[in-house]
Write a protein that binds this ligand. Sequence first.
Ligand code: CTP
Ligand code: CA
Length: 251
Amino acid sequence: RVLRGRPRDLAGRKIVVSAGGTREAIDPVRYIGNRSSGLQGYALARTAVARGAEVTLVAANVVLPDPAGASVVRVESAAQLREAVLAASDGADVVVMAAAVADFRPATRHDAKIKKSDAEPEPIHLTKNPDILAELGERRRQAGDAVLPASDPGLGVRDAGDARPGRGAYPLVIVGFAAETHDVLANGQAKLARKGCDLLVVNRVGEGLVFGTPDNAATVLVAGGEPVDVPLGPKEDVADTVWDLVAARLG
Ligand code: CTP
Ligand code: CA
């Protein structure tokens, strides 16, 4: 796809995008995974580079060529994705969590391959993974409480003592993704509030859409604003709508 003709409205901005789907190890050869292809996250990374941003792409198990101009960090598990995203978001302006992060992982990882026997297999016990998006939102909320008057929600505003506005231990703009099958807007709005993010891209799943296909249809929910519908089209369209809204919030 041709990426010419985009505004350079993200020039000088440091942006972190996570993409793909995490794998949670059961033993050295098996894992619990999901169907995320990474296409939407990669489209976000490519378009952000085209609009002038300095992009770190944290890729979980994606089999796509590295987007030119982005720095790519490869991870496998949710724990590794969390480490990489938190490290890259120190000093970033924007974090977009497009990755499908496993909600649960096996409570124990077997050191040796599990062997079958005549007995019934042991159940796999699961434990919760940390919620990376909620953690980013919470970090920003706490930092905001510390430096801003309570009357000011303060999105995008920094302590004057910061060396440079937009560069601190938490991102200025936080974007999440959600795949909802029903009550899309109500579930999405609740998730947006719960996660403390600025934008939530709600994919319209089903009908052969989204997973592994180049096209996507989405509604972008905006904290304190009206939702924006993106009609069925290339994943770059969703990406550009996200960057339009991000650029507006960055001012
Ligand atoms: N997410 C995350 N860490 C997790 C789980 C999800 O950062 N452990 C992020 C995803 O990258 C996505 C957003 O949270 O941007 C929403 O993910 P989703 O699975 O829709 O929300 P959950 O809060 O996990 O709720 P549920 O799966 O129960 O709908
Ligand atoms: Ca989830």
